[in-house]
Write a protein that binds this ligand. Structure first.
Ligand code: HEM
Ligand SMILES: [Cu+2]
Length: 557
């Protein structure tokens, strides 16, 4: 007899969030494809300058902020319901999801109608339509509702299970949501009290104050993407290999460090901003290196887990365990492991970015584009893609079609990312700028600037290599979306019952790590120390608001 699904409402929210995340991946990816060709000498120009910057805004907003966030919502709801086996607050969850979807659609309209060509960082004094900022505020409120539903469910579960440790995947979800809730209030302040008045009443904005609060949010945003990916590396990856994570304690220690050290580092995005004392920038540099520690812990833990799985499969000797793993056979394993390798490579350029003085050499160059495509586009997005191969059948009750083709998705993505990464990192070292429609940038095409032309000539092959890589991983993305949409509507039936699933290692007794309130308190103290100093500096000096400026060529300009 069919068991009724007790998570009907939660599953519906997760399904809406998941499908919406794939639509955003499609839209953002399409512009990625157009822009990587358009900005490369010798390749077809598929965009005009106006469309380039509109598309780039949509690319950043749709992929960096929204695709990741909607996938994470689906994952969080799935983990909480299946691992804790409890219902979530339906009205809160549903309201949050509706707000986030409506806000995203409003934002897309604002961008596509040329009313918000401000890139995903919307730095003032760049002016945009109020629709864009209202959309951002609505999305934020929606995510807070969803965050509240997740925390309430965990809190209720803890009350029902005194003395029991929080299971590992739920612990990762908690860390993710806590980081989001710690990071977003200053962003809400910047949007509601600075950007919105700027767009409604042309009110001037102090650029430095705004950027301080934007980057307060902007750095933890990357941990908001990464922690769910790491959660998958610690739980789902070992499961598909028939084992468990090498050290659960080290995994929890890593989550704890992510929680306490991922927010107070935002000044590392402002190394070149005048008006912030170098000592405060240095403090944030030190904290940035601290937040690299949990990533190192994760690297050791994941590799040890893979070694354990390889030896279980009969792998012998120093390297035999590597070849014993199901490379190229299991698309979930292959995708997640490729994602981890891409993320590991990106760690090297990340250390360069984080160095106070070396950063000056790569700031705002294509190097940065190479770096974050390997992290969020590689490590995170490929992990989410590979996890979809499991999540889509479980949630939609339909299996993947053409299963033999699935392995091509992580392979194309991995190879394309590596090539794109090499091309853009090297082009960046040669000072190819990011965020620039190179074909029409006056300073790059002025025949009197011989020196510049000389440099431009050197970038060309590397940008072309980047374009080849970009097209290859865009193809992987297109294949993934095609197979996923066909499977959701036409895939063969896949049975899912509404019962609990074992995602994490069996929970034991609670430990220090389960004192969640205390850990959030420690995080708050470090944040206050790291941010009060630059904030006092900026406010005591007094603000110097700048009048808004419509980007050239914008429809309302
Ligand atoms: C589908 C294949 C993709 C291609 C071909 C592609 C290509 C590009 C290129 C060439 C740029 C640099 C544009 C410039 O600075 O002028 C860019 C920017 C960016 N991409 Fe992608 N990308 C892809 C997928 C992704 C994914 C999956 C993500 C994240 C999940 C992502 C996130 C970003 C972000 C955040 C920016 C920066 C936008 C900005 O500077 O405002 N991209 N992309
Ligand atoms: Cu950062």
């Amino acid at each position: 007899m069919e068991v009724p699904n007790k998570f009907r409402i939660e599953d519906r929210v997760a399904k809406v969030a998941l499908v919406f995340s794939y639509v955003l991946l499609l839209l953002g990816g399409l512009f990625g494809f157009l822009q990587v060709l358009s900005r490369t000498p010798g390749m077809p120009k598929l965009e005009t300058a106006q469309l380039y910057y509109e598309g780039l805004t949509l690319h950043g907003v749709a992929l960096a902020i929204l695709w990741t966030a909607f996938f994470i919502v689906a994952l969080a709801v799935f983990v909480i319901t299946r691992e804790l086996n409890i219902n979530m607050n339906g009205p809160l969850l549903r309201a949050g999801c509706i707000l986030a979807v409506v806000g995203s659609l409003m934002g897309a309209v604002a961008i596509l109608s040329g009313q918000a060509t401000v890139l995903y960082t919307f730095y003032p004094p760049l002016q945009a339509s109020p629709l864009f900022f209202i959309a951002l505020a609505i999305i934020l409120i929606g995510t807070w509702f969803i965050g509240a539903a997740v925390l309430e469910a965990i809190w209720r579960w803890k009350k029902l299970n005194p003395g029991k440790e929080v299971p590992l995947a739920t612990y990762g979800v908690f860390t993710t949501i806590a980081i989001w809730l710690l990071a977003t209030p200053p962003l809400a302040y910047a949007v509601l009290f600075r950007s919105l008045p700027m767009s409604l009443f042309n009110a001037p904005v102090d650029v430095l104050e705004w950027r301080l609060w934007f980057w307060f949010f902007g750095h933890p945003l990357v941990y908001f993407w990464l922690v769910p990916a790491v959660t998958i590396w610690y739980t789902i990856l070992p499961r598909v290999l028939g084992t468990e994570v090498f050290s659960k304690t080290a995994a929890k220690a890593a989550f704890m460090l992510y929680l306490i050290a991922s927010v107070p580092v935002g000044l590392h995005h402002q190394f070149v901003d005048p008006g912030v004392h170098p000592v405060y920038k240095y403090l944030h540099t030190v904290l940035t290196y601290l937040v690299a520690v949990p990533s190192f812990i994760t690297a050791f833990n994941v590799i040890a887990t893979l070694e354990k799985a390889g030896r279980m499969r009969g792998g012998k000797g120093l390297f035999g365990w590597i070849t014993a793993l199901p490379w190229g056979k299991d698309p979930v394993f292959t995708g997640i492991t490729f994602a981890i390798i891409l993320f590991g490579i990106a760690g090297f350029s990340g250390v360069v970015n984080a160095s106070f003085n070396v950063n000056y050499n790569v700031h705002n160059t294509a190097w940065v584009v190479g770096h974050f495509h390997l992290t969020v586009g590689g490590g995170v997005t490929l992990t989410f893609i590979a996890t979809s191969f499991l999540l889509v059948p479980l949630l939609f009750g339909r299996d993947y079609v053409a299963k033999k083709l699935l392995i091509a998705v992580p392979t194309l993505w991995f190879v394309g990312q590596l090539i794109f990464g090499i091309g853009y990192h090297v082009a960046g070292l040669l000072h190819a700028p990011r965020r620039t429609f190179t074909a029409e940038a006056g300073y790059l095409n002025d025949p009197n600037l011989l020196n510049t032309l000389h440099l431009v000539g050197q970038w060309t092959p590397w940008l072309q290599l980047g374009a080849i890589g970009g097209v290859i991983f865009a193809l992987g993305g297109a294949l993934f979306l095609l197979l996923t949409f066909v499977s959701i509507f036409k895939g063969p039936p896949f049975r899912m019952d509404g019962a609990a699933l074992q995602i994490s290692p069996t929970p034991e007794k609670a430990t220090f790590f389960d004192r969640l309130g205390l850990l959030v308190g420690i995080a708050l103290v470090i944040i206050i120390i790291a941010y009060s100093l630059p904030a006092i500096e900026i406010y005591t000096r007094g603000l110097s608001p700048a009048p808004p400026y419509w980007p050239t060529g914008a429809a309302a300009g």
